[in-house]
Design a protein around this ligand. Sequence first.
Ligand SMILES: *Cc1c(COP(=O)(O)O)cnc(C)c1O
Length: 402
Amino acid sequence: MAQSNFPLTGWSSVAVHGGHQQDALQAHLSPIYATSTFVYDSAEQGMRRFKGEEKGFIYSRWGNPTFLEAEKKIEALESFGLDFPVKGILHSSGMAAITTLMLAHLKSGDKVLTHYSLYGGTEELIQNVLPGFGIDKIIANLSDINMAADIMKKNPSIRLLYLETPANPTLQCVDIEALTALAHQYNILVAVDNTFATPYLQQPFKFGVDFVMHSTTKFLNGHGTAIGGILLGRDIERMNTAIIKTHKLLGANANPFDAYLLTQGMKTLEIRMERHCANAQKVAEFLNTHAEVAKVNYTGLNTHPDYYLTKKQMRLPGGMLSFELKSGLQGGIDFMNQLKMCTRTVSLGTVDSLLSHPASMTHYGVAKEERIKYGITDGLIRMNVGIENIEDIIADLTQALK
Ligand SMILES: *Cc1c(COP(=O)(O)O)cnc(C)c1O
């Protein structure tokens, strides 16, 4: 275990050691604290804990040592190299983290400003659930900074700018720094869903944002073994009051087993992301010249409209890409059926390559005109490029494209 007075300078050193505390019984890895409640030496100690005069755990909906290790590790990674701390609260899922943020920060009459192509669950929350609480939305093309400025100026009830970058399925990005500077002029707080990028590839706090959230289910866990989410904030006071209060009362807590799996997964994040990105670049270049492929969406290709923006705000373009088959809906179904090593499934962020065909799967129920607006054409395939050896990935795609 790294001693707390030893400065960790490298990214993976922090990913491996960050957040770890020596176990009282000398276990190498922190045990899974599968307990709902914590005991007191005396009635007075219980009183001090409830009053907040003494640090210590009380009840696992409010916090648990296994959650704490994962929280501290993600805090350290999201603030790596920055000169201010951030505070993270682990949640049962990415959706739970987003819900806590929305319900803690917004009230009836407030508006959230966001862009197209959000994660499906987030979009449904904003479209179908928040209006019931009197919280309205404005959805706009936020790549147009002038239009964003105009909307903020005309709508003083906007209290949150919610960004997801890169976003599904075209990997489009928005300029975090420019939009955050603009939003702060109008006293609008800014949140970024950093799930696709991970803190290794993109640190939204560096660009001044107020909140970062993740579905830890994806690359942070890395192996598809657990559902989880985290909400991080730069204003520690706000996190320790309004945000944590809402989190506790929604019952949005993680569970110790999933938190344990997350902690182990994050230790290899840097080497996994390097490999995901290197493989994705090669797959994108391979597909880009393939006769059966009409178009490849990957920000590591200089033909992507966000190639330069990605270079500005991300270390590497990431492990996700999508591509359009010339053969349309049936071509997409046939291609999916031919895959022999790569996995047919939705989700992302696992070590194995995952492919999905939105038109026949996630967006089967969405009217064609609707999905085309978001870039989900009949022959669109989405791919999480895994960390297998590139020769095998290309060989599987080659035979499936025949
Ligand atoms: C998966 C995902 C979510 C939701 O996370 P869950 O852990 O499934 O609740 C939110 N945003 C993005 C970008 C995602 O990929």
